[in-house]
Design a protein around this ligand. Structure first.
Ligand code: SF4
Length: 344
């Protein structure tokens, strides 16, 4: 039921023989009060609740483990109904509490610097499972703590699971569902051009982040196989056409890899590539993992890269990733696929 909009819950109620307004009441329990136990929905008639229990299913991922990091972030390992595991990461930052959501189990895009990419794709999540991550984390946090921002930057590629991602985005932003402002939601993509073009027509007004990570097709093609299908020229053309709401910028993620993409020439090329786009660049010093084959550049090189961007009028921040000590930083998310894999 978590994947149904308030309107669809009304239709479901009607189909089960109740008045439509029962669907609205159901939406309040599910999306506003975080109550998923039908027996606790005290204003719904008993008979309707029994019909719901027979016909519908509220699937909240089970919180299997919460690992706190020294920097305040927390990694939630969530188990889905079929035993698959995903991770959602909660990241506090001043007055913000951001939840990083996973749209897929594993990932099929095989970016060379990303541990998740070594898993391969297991399956797409349903919209209910994507939304269920927020529900599970809210349940664990309790009513006093509010998740203020959502980012699709966990395991997998949201635009490769397009329909479920868009349905989840509509639920997150629907005033009678979770009611988040689209300004507080960011979808991060590896650069699937046709899906970016489709998203542009959805009128969702959420933020878009592009995983760029290189300034030439030769380097990007080695780091990100997706570049062979959607090279930089077509990706940046789609970015230029993407309807950005006023006073908003598109984010470009750029993981800094020592000796690969961190030269002053790269920084200058990046300024040229982003010309004409209201852009900001998030520099992410590489988060190491065993046998990755990459290294984080030394701090002076990272700072010099940022300085060159700033000199050329590009807003550039360095994201010293959160959760690095618990394997929850960008590109570090990996889980054994099923319960059996852990106990073996
Ligand atoms: S960076 Fe994103 S798209 Fe690339 S392999 Fe990792 S999870 Fe997949």
């Amino acid at each position: 039921m978590l994947s149904l909009s308030p309107n669809e819950l009304e239709t479901l109620s009607q189909r089960l023989g109740a008045d439509r307004y029962r669907g609205r009441q159901l939406a309040v329990w599910l999306f506003k009060k975080d109550v998923y136990d039908l027996d606790a929905m005290s204003d719904l008639p008993r008979e309707f609740r029994s019909r719901l229990a027979e016909e519908a299913f509220i699937g909240i991922p089970e919180v299997e483990r919460i690992t706190p990091s020294q920097d305040g972030s927390q990694k939630f390992v969530l188990r889905l109904a079929d035993g698959a595991r995903i991770q959602s990461v909660l990241m506090p930052d001043r007055d913000r509490l951001t939840l990083c959501l996973s749209p897929q189990v594993g990932c099929g895009f095989a970016c060379a610097f990303c541990l998740t990419g070594t898993m391969g794709l297991d399956r797409n999540l349903t919209a209910g499972e994507i939304v269920g991550q927020l529900a599970a984390v809210r349940g664990a946090l309790g009513p006093e703590t509010r998740v203020t921002h959502l980012v699709f930057m966990g395991m997998g590629e949201p635009l490769a699971n397009y329909e479920a991602t868009v349905r989840a985005l509509r639920l997150f932003t629907h005033p009678d569902a979770f009611g988040y402002s689209p300004r507080r939601i960011t979808v991060s993509t590896v650069g699937l051009v046709s899906a970016i073009q489709k998203l542009a027509r959805e009128d969702l007004k959420v933020n878009l982040a592009i995983s760029l990570h290189a300034t030439t097709n030769a380097v990007r093609g080695k780091l990100m196989p997706v570049n062979r299908g959607w090279p930089l020229e077509s990706l940046l053309a789609a970015c230029r056409q993407f309807p950005l709401p006023v006073r908003r910028r598109m984010t470009f993620e750029y993981v800094l890899l020592d000796g690969v993409n961190d030269s002053p020439e790269d920084a200058l090329r990046l300024t040229r590539l982003l010309k004409g786009i209201r852009a900001k660049v998030n520099l992410i010093p590489f988060n190491d993992w065993q046998d990755s084959g990459f290294r984080r550049p030394p701090p002076p090189r990272i700072l010099a890269f940022q300085a060159l961007l700033l000199e050329h009028g590009i807003i550039a921040t360095i994201r010293w990733s959160k959760g690095e000590d618990i394997g929850a930083a960008c590109g570090q998310l990996k889980e054994p696929r099923r319960t059996e894999a852990v106990s073996a």
